[in-house]
Write a protein that binds this ligand. Sequence first.
Ligand code: ASP
Length: 342
Amino acid sequence: MSSQVLILYTGGTIGMVQTEQGLAPASGLEARIKQAMGASLADLPSFDVIELNPLIDSANITPNNWTELVSTLATHWQDYEGFIILHGTDTMAYTTSALSFMLGACDKNVLVTGSQIPLGMNRSDATSNLQAALSLACSHPITDVSLVFDGKLMRGNRVQKVSSGRFKAFTTPNDELLGEIAIDMQLHFDRMLKKSPTTDTLSMSEKALTFQEGAVAVLMLHPSQPISIYQSILNDDNCKAIVLMTYGAGNVPDKNTDFLDFLMQTSLRNKIVINLTQCMHGGVSQGAYAAGSVLSERKVLSGYDMTLEAAFCKLHFLLAQGNSYNDIQEKWDTNICNEFSA
Ligand code: ASP
């Protein structure tokens, strides 16, 4: 092991450069980090950089990228003390959620970061985010796959991108911070994921699951849905699960017969449906209102206060593990890595 930390650059604004088409990822990031961070690197752990090929704007992320990331971590797991993934902010919350399910409680730190303005550009937040991630990468044990951004350490499966224009781009609407990185560094180890016998018996390469693309649909309720959307989901045999984005405490249009038929058909066709609220804060209390009580009768499962990103990735994770409709009905309520408030 020559360096202490391995940085995996996937793409994203942090390493982008201006092109004629707008910002685009560019290779050669290691040299740009050294140039932008200069003397501050002397106080930080040494690192190597691996760039994934191709580098992407994270709008192009697919579950295959999660497999590739965990395979790359597995290949280098013994060689470094800690790992940093540089990622675009747009789909960062999906990747941090997916990795948190795949990796479970980590015995080496896996921190994800990025930036709103590219490294080296005027007023960029890249340097401070990367400095914070490097400061944490191997100094203290952080068991959760975590996001380091704008002076905060956040549990990967509870984060959401809330701003495209502010440096405070992420929050954890229903979770406390794992740490704050200010003049002093304050880490909350008591909030971090405890080791679990189920995940810890797997080797790193076994954690690189293969996902089924297109297996999970997201259906956002709004007043007056085209019926064709229901039909296309029902007729797609590749689609095994649906995240249903409902109103308020988990309420649905219980007077809409097309919608009720759709729900009936999902259970007849063994498609899992998860009830998740469109509200950012708070969670689902399925059955608190009469307008939500039809859901349990149709085998719809509560998503509690999970983020969309976490629910989407949990479904992909359970499906990739080979779980059937009935298995997922049974396992859904298990809080695998603190993805919902107990
Ligand atoms: N479009 C960029 C990406 O997600 C945005 C960012 O990194 O902030 O790759």
